[in-house]
Write a protein that binds this ligand. Structure first.
Ligand SMILES: Cc1ncc(COP(=O)(O)O)c(C=O)c1O
Length: 434
């Protein structure tokens, strides 16, 4: 069998280029991270070769003794880390995990409520063109104009709408979720509270954001954001032990583990991605180490330092700052749209993404803001002083967004900084011995 560079030099070269881009740039998209070599190794493993429909001990295929060990380790680590009695580690990604939560808890046409996409929510929380807005009766809530969740307004809307499921979680919300209040709101109409902690899972296990455990009925999360694992997802809950091959006696909170497992398989998926499960298990082991707590708190410290430095330079941050890993900057006062800012920063070696801001007068494809975050930079070892330097470059790039010379100069300075925080030393997709 040949190595990648021999078999497919075009893909090897494209991966090498991506490796160099990640090495030499400042990756500031808050939903991204940099996995360890151990996670990368597990992901590129023989687990991908195996079919294992079902769950550990109850598979529809032979030869699964080793895969059972892997999936059991992932499930046990997830349960211990988050403090729940049940974990399903099979969803292929965050969107399928949310689909499974809906499939488990709702009947087609039931009412769900979620935060509107343009106010920081996710597509799968009831957006009109998404499955969640097509197969269910979706009602959307919004933040206050200054970007904060208005718990009183939400409580009132929930009482009026009486949804069966309330999604709470976001892709672009820079503040803490108050789970106890949210539980009270959901319980006022006996709705299931589904906490989608995709963005903040790493902060939750690191103690840098309150945990929804004990308040939410079901918790969905991706594994590839602050949790620093491979692309993938998990669904967590409490209840009677799962019996996935049997229909539960009734659909109720008591039988959530069985309802969730059956929704994932055979409800929505076939064979789990075992290489992904192995990599999730490794990431969960890393997240259980004491250093991960320091890491999670450093993500927030860095985000706060970045927020402070940008505010000093006249950037207008939605909600006025951040309590987590991300910032949302409204660029209206900078006379530049989000799309132009994203492009200029990209040329300067700083990767962010354009994003709507609350009540955005512009279109989602060219919105008023940019969204940025600190997880990948924190993984690389950067600290508050580096954030202040980066804020200066961002300001300069946005002021000079049409000046290629300035942008190139910043890019060189970015490279000097990133060279001090080496990424995957020794890794190459072009070397013959891979
Ligand atoms: C809150 C939230 N939920 C779900 C998802 C979906 O995850 P995926 O892109 O893995 O489908 C995301 C992705 O950005 C997210 O931010």
């Amino acid at each position: 069998m040949h190595t990648l560079s021999k078999t497919d030099p075009e893909i090897a070269q494209a991966l090498e280029n991506e490796l160099v881009r990640e090495r030499e740039g400042l990756e500031m998209i808050p939903s991204e991270n940099v996995v360890s070599r151990a996670v990368l190794e597990a992901l590129g493993s023989v687990g991908t070769n195996k079919y294992s429909e079902g769950f550990p001990g109850k598979r529809y295929y032979g030869g699964n003794a080793c895969i059972d060990v892997i999936e059991n380790l992932a499930r046990e680590r997830a349960k211990t880390l988050f403090g729940v009695t049940h974990a399903n580690v099979q969803p292929y990604s965050g969107s399928p995990a949310n689909m499974a939560a809906c499939f488990a808890l709702l009947e087609p046409g039931d009412k769900l409520m979620g935060l509107n996409l343009t106010y920081g929510g996710h597509l799968t929380h009831g957006w009109k063109v998404n499955f969640s807005g097509v197969y269910y009766q979706a009602v959307q809530y919004v933040t206050s104009p200054d970007g904060w969740i208005d718990y009183d307004a939400l409580a009132k809307q929930v009482l009026e709408e009486k949804p069966k499921l309330l999604f709470v979680g976001a892709t672009a919300y820079p503040r803490i979720f108050e789970w106890e209040k949210l539980q009270t709101i959901a319980r006022s109409v006996d709705a299931y509270l589904v906490a989608d902690i995709a963005h903040i899972a790493g902060l939750v296990v690191g103690g840098a954001h309150p945990s929804p455990v004990g308040f939410a009925d079901v918790i969905t999360t991706t594994t590839h954001k602050t949790l620093r694992g491979p692309r993938g997802a998990m669904i967590l809950c409490n209840g009677e032990p799962s019996e996935p091959m049997k229909a539960p006696p009734e659909k109720s909170r008591k039988y959530l583990p069985t309802m969730i497992d059956r929704a994932v398989f055979p409800g929505l998926q076939g064979g789990p991605h075992n290489h992904q499960t192995a990599a999730i298990a490794v990431a969960l082991k890393e997240a259980a180490a004491p250093e991960f707590k320091t890491y999670a708190h450093q993500i927030v410290k860095n985000a706060k330092a970045l927020a402070e430095a940008l505010t000093e330079r006249g950037f207008n941050l939605v909600t006025g700052g951040t309590d987590n890993h991300l910032l949302l900057a409204d660029l209206t006062n900078k006379s530049i749209g989000g799309a132009d800012a994203e492009r200029a920063l990209d040329k300067a070696g700083i990767t962010v993404n354009k994003n709507t801001v609350p009540n955005d007068p512009r279109k989602p494809y060219d919105p008023s803001g940019i969204r940025l975050g600190t997880p990948p930079l924190t993984t690389r070892g950067m600290k508050e002083e580096d954030m202040r330097v980066i804020a200066g470059w961002m300001d300069e790039a946005i002021k000079n967004w049409k000046n290629e010379e300035v942008l190139t100069h910043i890019r060189h300075q970015v490279k000097e900084l990133t060279d001090r925080f080496p990424l995957y030393p020794g890794l190459s997709y072009l070397s013959a011995n891979r």
